[in-house]
Design a protein around this ligand. Structure first.
Ligand code: UD1
Ligand code: CA
Length: 490
């Protein structure tokens, strides 16, 4: 039985207690985002498919916020306070590891690590019955990383931190990713020997590796197939680089699924987004959160969609901003439409330029073509909402609903003061302020009656011309005498 499930002896430990001083931020480093997720979420996600007893996250700086992010992802957090180094973080995690025999240790700031690489590293560790296996990477710029010092082709002699490198060692280009596999019964005694012999007075986990090597235990370095997997985010520049890599991976994935992306490097797509075949994304588009897009949709330049659900053949014209809303098949929005949460445009409906909607349902084929605001509104099918129509859904105390039936025609520049109902097939005269329900097939008209005054304008023009004529004679006298007096009085 035990032989059948060897993986159950493994625990994952993610070190995420540090502040991340080099980012110069009030936010803990592992909570910074790249590629649409926080750094620590990427690390947890990479470990999730591994067979393991549990995942323990060591938290400290902004522990509550970090725990709030990782605990919903089937992890358990352990508090490290104060933070006395990566070795100390492991000691703090010890109790939570229970009966685990192996630990896969990762820093919370190495978001590019892939599950496959972890799998092969664990297999190498098990295969060699090693005490420790380091995931290393060969890089062109090793600055800032601990370096791997080898005693032979296969065996590691030490990890030397950047601050303790000799000039010779500085040339070494195999770096420590800070991702390790440890056989725990070997790790604990080695860690107990480590002293905080460094400028930060911290216990370094790297020193425990060096202790194991000095005791002639088997210490392996497993080279990552892609050196970027070892990238630890210490600076804003690192964050930007990691973000760029994730975005590139995601775009490649969607293009593989049959999506066209124009000027791909300008398009930003979050990891959970999906899009169907023959959908086209124009330059500068952002698809965020859990946005799901059907087939043959076009999202035109500059549009930002967050947590949106789109059917097939939807056209989003340039510069739309839409969040937490639904667009069914053949809907057209924009240019410059803004859809706020809880909006739903049914098949073939349209929200045109400078239209804002919130918590609004628009029926099949209905159109809101220009300059309108609809909030807490239901519009039936085949209705037309004229330019400049505004629902007054807020009275300063609460929000109220507006219900517009099917086949309704709302004349331009109408205000509908909620709560109010417009029956099926009704008309609203342009420029009306509607405060009472309008019955089906009726006409609502609520505005001042027009009065025409014949020849009023020509009379006015004559009067003005006469006044100007007499004024011209009067002016020079006023200029020379009256002005100085006036200013003295002030
Ligand atoms: C560490 C390694 C270095 C390696 C590099 C790879 C050490 C001493 N050095 O350096 O060899 O090349 O990672 O990126 O380990 N943390 C805690 N508690 C602490 C201190 C740190 O949980 O007391 C966590 C941090 O939140 C971070 C991780 O451990 O997620 C690594 O710490 P960091 O300060 O980034 O180590 P580096 O200096 O990058
Ligand atoms: Ca780091």
């Amino acid at each position: 039985m035990i032989g059948l499930m060897p993986a159950n002896d493994l625990a994952v430990v993610i070190l995420a207690a540090g502040k991340g001083t080099r980012l110069k931020s009030s936010l803990a480093k592992v909570l910074h985002r790249a590629g649409g997720r926080s750094l620590v979420e990427h690390v947890v996600t990479a470990c999730a498919p591994l067979k393991r007893r549990k995942t323990v996250v060591v938290v400290g700086y902004q522990a509550e916020q970090v725990s709030a992010v990782v605990e919903p992802l089937e992890t358990e957090s352990v508090m490290q306070q104060p933070q006395r180094g990566t070795g100390h973080a492991m000691q703090v995690a010890r109790r939570a590891l229970g009966a685990a025999k192996l630990a896969l240790v990762l820093p919370g700031d190495a978001p590019l690590i892939r599950t496959e690489t972890l799998r092969s590293m664990i297999a190498a560790h098990r295969g060699a019955n090693a005490a420790a296996t380091i995931l290393s990477a060969v890089v062109s710029d090793p600055g800032g990383y601990g370096r791997i010092l080898r005693k032979s082709e296969t065996a590691v002699q030490a990890i030397v931190e950047e601050s303790q490198l000799t000039d010779e060692q500085r040339e070494l280009n195999e770096i420590n990713s800070s991702i390790y596999c440890f056989t725990l019964e070997k790790l604990w005694p080695a860690l107990a020997q480590v002293k905080p012999n460094n400028q930060h007075r911290e216990l370094y986990l790297t020193d425990a590796v060096t202790v194991l090597a000095a005791r002639n235990e088997t210490v392996l370095a497993h080279v990552a197939p892609d050196p970027r997997e070892a990238l630890g985010c210490n600076t804003r520049a690192d964050l930007a680089e990691v973000d760029r890599i994730f975005r590139e991976r995601k775009r490649a994935e969607l293009m593989n699924d049959g999506v066209s992306i124009q000027l791909p490097e300008t398009v930003l797509i979050d990891p959970d987004v999906t899009a169907g075949e023959d959908t086209v994304l124009e330059p500068g588009v952002q698809l965020l959160g859990k946005t799901k897009i059907g087939q043959r949709c076009t999202i035109r330049t500059g549009s930002v969609l967050s947590d949106m659900l789109l059917g097939d053949n939807v056209l989003v014209e340039p510069h739309c901003v839409a969040a937490q809303s639904r667009l069914d098949d053949d809907v057209v929005i924009g240019p410059f439409a803004r859809l706020r949460p809880g909006t739903h445009l049914k098949d073939g409906a349209r929200a045109g330029n400078f239209v804002e909607m919130k918590k609004t349902i628009v029926g099949e084929g209905s159109k809101v073509p220009h300059l309108s605001y609809l909030g807490n509104t239901r519009v039936g099918p085949k209705s037309n909402i004229g330019a400049g129509t505004i629902t007054c859904n807020y009275d300063g105390f609460g929000k109220h609903p507006t219900t517009i039936g099917k086949g309704v025609f709302i004349g331009s520049d109408s205000t509908l003061v909620a709560p109010v109902r417009i029956g099926d097939g009704a008309y609203i005269a342009a420029g009306s302020t509607i405060t009472e329900n309008v019955p089906a097939d009726g006409l609502g008209i609520a505005r001042g009656r027009q009065v025409n005054k014949p020849r009023w304008a020509s009379r006015k023009r004559r009067e003005l011309a006469a006044a100007e004529h007499s004024g011209k004679k009067a002016r020079p006298r006023r200029k020379s005498k009256a002005r100085p007096k006036k200013s003295r009085r002030r």
